[in-house]
Design a protein around this ligand. Structure first.
Ligand code: CUA
Length: 339
C-alpha cells in the first residue's frame, strides 16, 4: 500500500514536471510564434477565447467553493441530506445555468465561425500554398504562369489574401496564429483559406499537424508589405535569373551549380535547372531562412547545408553534396546573388 502510494506520488510528480517543462518550452518559443492577434480573423478567434475564459471562470470558482463547503461539512460529520437544497440545486446548477452558458458559448462560436470563414471584403490576391515534407511551396499565378518560391509568403497588408491550400504527400496544417486559426492541408482535397495582416510586418507560421520526423522544422514566414511595395516585390519575383556568361561575376559558380546534381531537384528560372523536387531557387538570395526556418540564410549555414543537410534535418530529401571547395564557394556566391 505504502509502496503503491509512493509510486503514485512519483507519477504525479513526473506529470507535473512534464507540464512545467512544456510551459517553459512554450514560453521559450512565444517570442517566435506569438498568439497576439494582428489580423481580423485572429482578433475574432482571440475574442472567442477570452469570452470562453471569462464565462467559464465563475462556474469554475462556484464549483470549487461548493466542493470546499461540502468537504468541510463532511469532515464536521454533519448530515448532508438534511441541509442540502435538493431539487433546487439540481435544476439551477445542473440544468438552467449550464444550458444558458452553453447557449451563450454556441452563439458566440457560430458568430466567430461565420466571421472567420469568409473575409468581409473580396480578396484580390490568391496565393497557392502546398505542404511538402518538410517545407512550403508558395505559388503566385497571374493567369498565364505560376512562379514559385518557398517558405515565405509575401502579401499586401490591410486586405484579405485568399490561400489555396493543398498537399501531395501527407496531412499538414497551416497556422499563423497572429493572422488566423489553423487549417489542414489534406492530400487530394484542395482547401480555400484566407489571412489578413492589418499592418506591414513579419509573422511567423508553423505546420501544426504532425507530418513526419521533421514536422517541427516546418516553419514559414508571412511578410506583409504596403501594397506598392508588395507589387514591386512580385514584379521582381516574376523576373527569371539572369544567365551569366564568361567574364561575369559568379559565372563559375553558376556553371558549377548547373553541372552538379542540384539541377535535377531545383529550378532556377532562366537556366537549364528545372527540377521540381526541392524549392525553386530563382530568388533564394533574398530569402531570410533556409530549409523552412531550420537555419538563417547566411554564408556559413548555406555552405553547411549544401555539404550535409542531413545533419540539420535528418530525413529531408536533399542528399549530401560534397562539392570541391572552389566549386562550393562559387555556388554559394552564385546562390546569394540570386535576388
Ligand atoms: Cu507539415 Cu507538420
Amino acid at each position: 500500500m505504502g509502496k503503491s502510494s509512493a509510486a503514485h506520488r512519483h507519477r504525479c510528480f513526473g506529470v507535473l514536471l512534464a507540464g512545467a517543462l512544456t510551459l517553459l518550452g512554450l514560453s521559450g518559443c512565444a517570442e517566435v510564434l506569438s498568439l497576439q492577434p494582428k489580423g481580423l480573423a485572429a482578433e475574432r478567434i482571440a475574442d472567442l477565447w477570452w469570452f470562453q475564459f471569462f464565462l467559464a471562470l465563475p462556474f469554475f470558482l462556484a464549483v470549487v467553493i461548493l466542493l470546499l463547503l461540502a468537504i468541510r461539512r463532511h469532515s464536521r460529520g454533519g448530515d448532508v441530506r438534511q441541509r442540502n437544497h435538493g431539487m433546487k440545486m439540481i435544476v439551477w446548477g445542473g440544468a438552467i445555468l449550464p444550458a444558458l452558458a452553453m447557449l451563450a458559448l454556441m452563439s458566440h462560436t457560430i458568430y466567430t465561425l461565420v466571421a472567420v470563414t469568409e473575409p468581409a471584403q473580396h480578396a484580390e490576391l490568391s496565393v497557392e500554398v502546398q505542404g511538402k515534407m518538410w517545407w512550403w511551396k508558395i505559388g503566385y499565378s497571374n493567369g498565364e504562369e505560376t512562379i514559385f518560391t518557398a517558405n515565405e509568403i509575401h502579401i499586401p497588408a490591410g486586405e484579405p489574401v485568399a490561400l489555396e491550400l493543398s498537399s501531395d504527400n501527407v496531412i499538414h496544417s497551416f497556422w499563423v496564429p497572429e493572422l488566423n486559426g489553423k487549417r489542414d492541408l489534406i492530400p487530394g482535397i484542395p482547401e480555400g483559406f484566407w489571412i489578413q495582416a492589418d499592418q506591414p510586418g513579419t509573422y511567423h507560421g508553423q505546420c501544426a499537424e504532425f507530418c513526419g520526423a521533421q514536422h517541427a522544422k516546418m516553419h514559414f514566414l508571412v511578410i506583409a508589405h504596403e501594397r506598392e511595395e508588395f507589387l514591386e516585390w512580385l514584379e521582381l519575383e516574376r523576373q527569371p535569373a539572369r544567365v551569366l556568361v564568361e567574364g561575369d561575376e559568379n559565372f563559375r559558380g553558376q556553371q558549377a551549380f548547373l553541372e552538379a546534381a542540384c539541377v535535377s531537384c531545383h529550378t532556377i528560372r532562366g537556366t537549364i535547372a528545372s527540377g521540381m523536387i526541392g524549392p525553386d531557387l530563382t530568388h533564394m538570395g533574398s530569402r531570410r531562412e533556409l530549409a523552412a526556418g531550420t537555419l538563417s540564410n547566411v554564408t556559413g549555414n548555406l555552405a553547411a547545408w549544401i555539404v550535409d543537410s542531413q545533419q540539420f534535418k535528418p530525413g529531408n530529401l536533399m542528399p549530401p553534396m560534397p562539392l570541391p571547395p572552389q566549386d562550393l564557394l562559387g555556388v554559394i556566391d552564385y546562390l546569394q546573388s540570386l535576388r
